[in-house]
Design a protein. Sequence first.
Length: 302
Amino acid sequence: MLRHVAAGIDGSPESLAAAHWAAREAVRRGTALRLVHAWKWQPRPNASVPADMPQRAWAEETLSRVSDTVHAGHSDLLIIDDLLEDTPVTALLAAAGQAELVVLGSRGISGAAGFLTGSVSQRVVARSIRTVVLVRAGRNGTDEHFCAMDGISPEEIPETPYRDVVLGLDTEQPCDELIEFAFDAARRRAAPLRVIHAFGGPSAYAAAGRLTPVDGPQLLAEQERSVVGTLRPWCEKFSEVAVTETVAKGRAAGLLIRASADAGLVVVGRRMREARFGTHIGSVAHAVLHHAPSPVAVVPHV
């Protein structure tokens, strides 16, 4: 099967931003780009569909318009247009299974029900067997780079450095798939990798089976050693990646959201397990997807 990155298209500004991000990622990976637009006839079509136009024709036009726009910016990229007559979640989950990763637009998360009754993007994230990257509307190639001097666009200066890739790391349950994805993303961009690990207060001694608590400085030092030990084999494998570690007491979601303001990509994990009310992604990933302005990659793992 042809290697490719898939992007879900629905005509929204968010999905257009996702398509362009996916195109840049396909170029970085040396793969094709597959644009997926799912539609199904509805007795009451969406208000965006003109009353005098058949729904299928509108779907074809939407996909063609996005494809032409992406091709204009990436003329050497192989782009595959795929119009599927199916529900969006079903079509995108199937597309994700065949792709190296799938990229979707995101409006952020709202409502107390979260992923149980959320948008198409939210449901795909919660169930995909592949990494899903969510991109906000308005994101473009310039946002992936640090600002150039004198107002020159980074796109005019290819060597303008990429912004950091940020990885949320849990040393108690480290995941190879998650860590490798973050290191690989940083390597492809020649970007720094910033690893963030959050821990609780002195009561965390209980998790390590201690009979007596340790003081704050000692606990911090132990957490820092744990992070260094977890990352050591990956730093050796990806020796060209510059890595910095941030180890701090606090909530992981808050630290990652703050770091996302200056990041090119944030990488978080989703444990693949069934919850009481179905599949979910976990509180940290949920919060980061809600608040982070940067693209967020959610990596599923066991």
